[in-house]
Design a binder for this molecule. Structure first.
Ligand code: TYD
Length: 176
């Protein structure tokens, strides 16, 4: 199968790059707003405890779309080899639902729905975070070797992204 044209191949000896994405420089506007307004309740996003089968041979967790999470899974992607100090996210989606699972290691996720914001430390593979549409997210403080698994409700679509924080606030407020 031919490689998608946007695929960036790296040689196996190269170090992971943190600098490509605009998300590496997280919008100052969102930080400024959080400094001004303390944390508050989110309207739809929340922590979701996933089923856990504990076993002396090793534990097992599973996700069945409609049974455990509020959407059907249409895409899976994961972040790994995240360099120390790197930040990801820095955007919202119009319609996408997502579930973030810290498969390995730990990291912080800030969620902001335009009405309230909260910071979550994700550090157990059965403790996942559901992100509702129209929610700004910023991921940071990745521990060494951490892996962030994301289940999503739709295939990748750049037109579903809101990458400007002020634009996001306008959209979130218009949605009520
Ligand atoms: P982005 O969603 O901005 O990354 P993050 O929120 O983790 O910082 O995506 C980074 C790049 O990867 C961007 O160029 C789009 C591309 N991408 C895909 O091609 N498919 C995908 O499923 C995802 C999530 C991203």
């Amino acid at each position: 199968m031919p490689e998608p044209s946007h695929t960036t191949s790296t040689n196996s000896n190269s170090r992971p790059e943190a600098s490509r994405s605009s998300a590496h420089h997280l919008p100052r506007d969102s930080r400024r707003r959080r400094r001004k307004h303390g944390p508050g309740a989110l309207r739809g996003s929340r922590l979701l405890q996933l089923p856990r089968i504990t076993d002396p041979r090793g534990n097992l967790t599973f996700v069945e779309g409609s049974a455990h999470i509020p959407f059907e899974i249409r895409r899976v992607y994961y972040l790994y080899d995240v360099p120390a100090g790197a930040e990801r996210g820095g955007h919202a989606h119009f319609g996408l639902h997502q579930l973030i699972i810290p498969l390995s290691g730990s990291f912080d996720v800030i969620l902001d729905d335009g009405h309230g914001w909260r910071r979550f430390r994700l550090d157990r593979p059965y403790r996942s975070l559901y992100i509702a549409p129209l929610t700004w997210r910023e991921l940071s403080n990745f521990s060494s070797g951490s892996v962030c698994l994301v289940l999503a409700s739709a295939p990748y679509d750049e037109s579903d992204y809101i990458r400007d924080y002020r634009d996001f606030l306008r959209q979130a407020r218009a949605a009520g």
